[in-house]
Design a protein around this ligand. Structure first.
Ligand code: 1HN
Length: 348
């Protein structure tokens, strides 16, 4: 039993005025906000429909060059978090466009980034001296404080990817640093597949020691991840809530491939009717294949390939794929919740 807090009368108000002069406030007026019964996210469930956005995204190529913009990106900003450059409470997402012949100049920062390739095959990103060609469905990592620049072949096509960063979290921690590389492009010492050859075959260079949480594999090609889901499905692995869902791992630790972001790929086979679940994660989904539907809290969305939608902490999520197989890429703040012992899940 707890007593009910009264509306402050004139003398209490006067008292609050007195303590305010010394930069103090009464906890009892904000206790319920600081310590809610259950999460009260400001972010809301939302969807960005690629079919509606694509023309505008392509138009950004006429509005500004990659060289001038540094990164030509349309931020996907959560309607519940205006002005925050955030898609969830801790995470940033945006759609980046690079046109044939362009270079997005090299820099490095403490924010870590993932790229999930949406369309186009002629671009690459260079990370830490390795040039990584991009193909749709590939999941690529830019670990914290590594030089990275992007490029697109002169005879190529427009290339679009979804960026996911922990930028809002780094801002919250006041831990943001950034440097520009003196040239537009960093020197490339290795090409296609170097990090995969070294670390992607359940083997590792003999003297390799994991330095930090970041995966030594910089690209997880779509074909391999997709094949794993397909084969697991054929072998009968189907979860009533998730369908067939795998997490990407850091092979050196078995943990998440990035310190603050956990990425996943899941298959909802045709006819899948998922049961509702909720977790304390805030999650961003990107549709890779197929049309389906999702219910997040009180909102329902039909989605198709390249759409992006998000789910706040503790809102029930139900995934369905009535018409065809669906593949969803997603990423969440799970590593942080895990580290802090704050991950909770409820499956109905
Ligand atoms: C960044 O460096 C990239 O390197 C993309 O492509 C998006 C959003 C916020 C801060 C840095 C990139 C970014 C970013």
């Amino acid at each position: 039993m707890s007593a009910v807090l009264k509306q402050p009368d004139a003398s209490r108000q006067a008292y609050y005025g007195q303590i305010a002069k010394y930069h103090m406030t009464p906890l009892w007026e904000s206790l319920h906000l600081l310590v809610p019964r259950a999460p009260t996210p400001k972010m809301v469930p939302a969807i960005w429909r690629y079919a509606q956005l694509r023309d505008l995204l392509m138009e950004s190529g006429k509005v500004i060059s990659a060289a001038e913009a540094i990164r030509r990106v349309l931020i996907l900003e959560n309607p519940g978090l205006p002005g925050s450059s955030s898609i969830t409470s801790n995470l940033y997402a945006g759609l980046q466009l690079i046109l044939p012949g362009e270079i997005a100049p090299s820099h490095r920062h403490t924010q870590l980034a993932l790229r999930f390739i949406v369309e186009g095959k002629s671009a690459w990103t260079a990370v830490d001296g390795e040039r990584i060609p991009m193909s749709p469905g590939d999941y690529i990592i830019t670990p914290t404080w590594t030089w990275h620049d992007h490029g697109n072949a002169a005879d190529g096509e427009p290339v679009v990817w979804l960026d996911g960063l922990d930028a809002p979290l780094i801002a919250q921690l006041d831990a943001g640093f950034c440097e520009d590389y003196p040239e537009a492009e960093q020197p490339v010492h290795h090409t296609d597949g170097y990090s995969i050859v070294r670390h992607g075959y359940n083997m590792a260079p003999v003297r390799h020691k994991a330095k930090n949480a970041n995966s030594p594999i910089l690209k997880y090609p779509y074909e391999r991840s997709r094949e794993a889901l397909e084969r697991l499905h054929r072998m009968g692995d189907l979860d009533a809530w998730d369908g067939v869902k795998l997490r990407y791992i850091n092979p050196a630790t078995g943990g998440y491939p990035m310190a603050a972001i956990a990425p996943f790929l899941q298959l909802l086979p045709k006819g899948f009717k998922g049961k509702p679940y909720r977790t304390t994660e805030s999650t961003v989904f990107c549709v890779v294949e197929g049309r389906g539907s999702v219910k997040v809290g009180s909102k329902s969305f039909d989605y198709e390939p390249h759409d992006v939608f998000c789910a706040p902490s503790w809102e029930p999520v139900t995934l369905e794929s009535p018409h065809e197989d669906v593949v969803l890429f997603s990423f969440s703040n799970l590593p942080l919740l895990d580290t802090l012992g704050l991950w909770r899940e409820e499956r109905k």
